[in-house]
Design a protein around this ligand. Structure first.
Ligand code: ZN
Length: 250
């Protein structure tokens, strides 16, 4: 008998699944607002058209579904055979007809949602491996997908912004990014402050902090521009022209 609702009974995971599915619906809405001809236009990502972004999101759902299947069956099925194969697949996908590209997005998202729905509580704890080689519980696949659909919806460059994302998604993104910098030691001399909150990351001895509302800080941290953020000194005074480039994230 096929379940009609998620099998997991973990409320935290149920909430994360909601954010991932809402993000997918948001990406779908932005994609549907684009005409077929507009798919040929540039995305916010250097060297990628909107077609590349859509192909990437479609193949990403398939890759994440492979991890969920791995957790379910115990048979190892990696996200991609290699990074080169992943990149080739995206370049190929970008050449598909508009209808095929839209179907790729729809079908892959539906399939992933069903794989998640049918994964039992126990299997959500099984270990799988991401393309970066990280060993994570299957539950991490929900966040992996969530951040892809929310951020790449902005990359379609037809009106989506970081301000459209749920606060919990923005906060987790910022924690992820700043901890990646800290692991690599690329955040030296850099302090990040979210105005109106207690959220502060990075080097407390930094002379200059990058400050702004949460959505603007996350946009900056992902390398997508400095709109809405300012450099501030230790007293919180603005310093014109003092926003450094964010260190590389992924
Ligand atoms: Zn991506």
């Amino acid at each position: 008998m096929v379940a009609r609702h998620d099998l997991t009974t973990d409320p935290g995971l149920q909430e994360q699944l909601l954010h991932a599915r809402r993000g997918t619906a948001f990406f779908a809405r932005k994609l549907n607002e684009l005409s077929d001809a507009e798919l040929d236009g540039d995305s916010l990502l250097a060297g990628w058209s909107r077609r590349h972004v859509v192909a990437h999101i479609g193949y990403n759902a398939r890759a994440i579904a492979r991890l969920v299947e791995w957790a379910s069956t115990g048979v190892e099925t990696p996200m991609y055979p290699s990074v080169a194969v992943r990149d080739e697949e995206i370049n190929f996908g970008a050449t598909l007809s508009p209808i095929a590209l839209r179907n790729l997005f729809d079908h892959s998202a539906m399939h992933l949602s069903v794989e998640w729905r049918d994964l039992c509580d126990d299997a959500w704890h099984h270990t799988v491996r991401t393309i970066q080689g990280r060993e994570v519980p299957a539950s991490e696949t929900v966040w992996l997908r969530s951040r892809e659909v929310w951020v790449h919806a902005v990359d379609l460059d037809n009106g989506a912004s970081f301000g459209d994302m749920p606060v919990s998604v923005l906060e987790r993104l910022l924690r992820d990014i700043t901890s990646a910098w800290s692991t690599r030691g690329t955040d030296e001399g850099l302090l990040v402050k979210v105005t109106g909150t207690e959220l502060t990351f990075g080097d407390p001895d930094a002379a200059v902090a990058v400050a702004g509302p949460l959505a603007a800080v996350v946009q900056w941290a992902t390398g997508r521009g400095t709109d809405g953020v300012t450099g501030v000194d230790a007293e919180g005074r603005g310093i014109a022209g003092q926003v450094p480039a964010a260190p590389k994230w992924i």
